[in-house]
Design a protein around this ligand. Structure first.
Ligand code: GDP
Ligand code: GDP
Length: 454
């Protein structure tokens, strides 16, 4: 890849590990059990994704975790209906997604039916990839059905794993294999640098924002063949800090098929988000905060990423008074409730207003997110708060919180040791979180409180 020097870019990506997100694509003819398997693999985060508008109904993606590795799963299955043409299209569509997006392809068949003509057709299309493929022989609900798994080696795609998506049996074995191809969570451990992603709906000004930061010629870089495929990480140096920007801009150019544009852009945002420490979420001031913005922010909160909100196109807001930003902040916090700790900065990329402030804030959030609070400080501040307002008794049971400590993991997580962890209710947890934020700040940083038996 070319090495370009634009403004403050010192090097292009090559010196840093290119970010390959961990993606499993499930392909196969209808009714073999793809969506059942998919649902088994993903966690509750799917629900958020389904709310993202514009994503075609017949395609699903979600997130899973196995052996400490997180991944994205795509259920490529649509509905094969009507003419052969549509069927051909369907195969092509599924296979293209798998070939382009996947790290590992799972080819699903039905063990109770054996190899069908459709399986063969799918297999012929998939076989040309160099990506790892495993055959998942589904509906192997009983041990004797496992005996039929061998016949699928005839598809010449790869190893066959009998599973029952319905009961879950065998799914662990296949995941053990699949995650071998995955990287561990990519973050500052790998490069030693904070990773920042710039997220937002189409047209909020993400590319413009990046161009101002990185230099107008950046588009040349994204035109190099292949660079639009993966997220591009750019090394950057400003304010005496070094960091990486995980770039999702330019994605929209990639897909020729119109209906796929939004899908890919959402996919990319998710991947960029997952690979970053701090997300700058851009909102369009002309439109105000909308459902799609809230989805993106919630996803970042759920993923425990650092977050900065930038309200762009502030130049377009007429009749601003000294109260305007305050009103906006109140409105945004109201819509995001109960999340009310995100920094909100009003910017105009066109007028180059407060762009650098956004970046400085993002780095501050990054530092906050990595700092550890000492156990003594935690207890000194929090135990009196707990004493002042102890957890309410439940069924005559009193909960006693003895001490608090921050766990040695990346996302700020605090363990409250107590006698009856199950008796701590959400409302009290919220009280504790508010007090934590009162004493320790954590602006822009989601924190996790867990309750453990002493
Ligand atoms: P898709 O079209 O490939 O996404 O398939 P679905 O997930 O919709 O499943 C098709 C049918 O197979 C449904 O009726 C499922 O309940 C059923 N099915 C899925 N997995 C299993 C399994 O492990 N065992 C059995 N017996 N049936 C299954
Ligand atoms: P992206 O899709 O999020 O990458 O958005 P773009 O960077 O392509 O910007 C979308 C449109 O918004 C373009 O027409 C930009 O010129 C315009 N835009 C970006 N930033 C500003 C701004 O600060 N003020 C105004 N008025 N328009 C902006």
């Amino acid at each position: 890849m070319l090495v370009k020097f634009f403004g403050q870019i010192l090097q292009k990506t090559d010196n840093f590990a290119h970010i390959m997100p961990n993606v499993i694509a499930i392909v196969g003819r209808p009714n073999v059990g793809k969506s059942t398997f998919f649902n088994r693999m993903i966690s509750q985060r799917k629900a958020i994704m389904d709310n993202m508008s514009g994503v075609t109904r017949d395609r699903h993606y979600g997130f899973g975790e196995w052996n400490g590795k997180t991944f994205t799963v795509i259920d490529t299955g649509g509905y094969v209906q009507g003419s052969d043409d549509i069927f051909e299209n369907e195969i092509r569509k599924q296979v293209n997604i798998a070939l382009q997006e996947a790290t590992v392809i799972l080819f699903m068949v039905d063990i109770t039916e054996g190899i069908t003509t459709l399986d063969e057709e799918f297999a012929n299309h998939v076989r040309r990839t160099k990506k790892p493929i495993y055959i998942v022989a589904n509906k192997a609900d009983t041990p004797n059905k496992h005996n039929y798994a061998g016949e699928f080696y005839a598809l010449a795609l790869g190893e066959v794993f009998p599973v029952s998506s319905q009961s879950g049996s065998g799914t662990g074995d296949i995941l053990d294999e699949v995650v071998k191809h995955f990287t561990d969570e990519l973050s500052e451990e790998n490069t030693g640098l904070p990773r920042i992603s710039i997220l937002g709906r189409p047209n909020v000004g993400k590319s413009s924002f990046l161009n101002v930061l990185i230099g107008e010629n950046r588009s040349i870089v994204t035109d190099i063949a292949g660079t639009t495929r993966d997220s591009i990480d750019t090394y950057y140096n400003a304010f005496g800090m070094e960091f990486m920007i995980t770039d999702t801009a330019g994605i929209r150019k990639k897909s020729a098929v119109h209906e796929d544009v939004e899908f890919y852009s959402v996919m990319r945002s998710i991947q960029a988000l997952e690979n970053s420490d701090v997300c700058i979420v851009i909102i369009d001031a002309e439109r105000g905060i909308e459902a799609q913005d809230i989805n993106i922010i919630s996803l970042a909160v759920k993923n425990k990423k650092g977050i900065v909100i930038a309200v762009n196109k502030w130049d377009m807001v007429a009749n601003k008074t000294s109260n305007t930003t305050k009103e906006w902040i109140e409105k945004i916090n109201f819509k995001l409730a109960p999340t009310d700790y995100l920094p909100i900065i009003f910017i105009s990329v066109h007028e180059k207003q407060r762009i650098y402030q956004v970046l400085e804030k993002a780095l501050e959030v990054y530092r906050t997110r990595t700092e550890k609070v000492s156990t003594s400080k935690l207890n000194e501040k929090m135990l009196p708060e707990i004493e002042k307002y102890p957890p309410p008794a439940l069924n005559g049971q009193y909960v006693k919180i003895k001490y608090i400590t921050q766990l040695p993991i990346k996302n700020p997580t605090f363990a409250f040791f107590c006698n009856k962890p199950k008796y701590i209710k959400e409302q009290y947890e919220r009280y504790l979180e508010n007090k934590m934020r009162l004493h320790f700040g954590f602006e822009g940083v989601p924190i996790t409180l867990i309750f453990r038996e002493k």
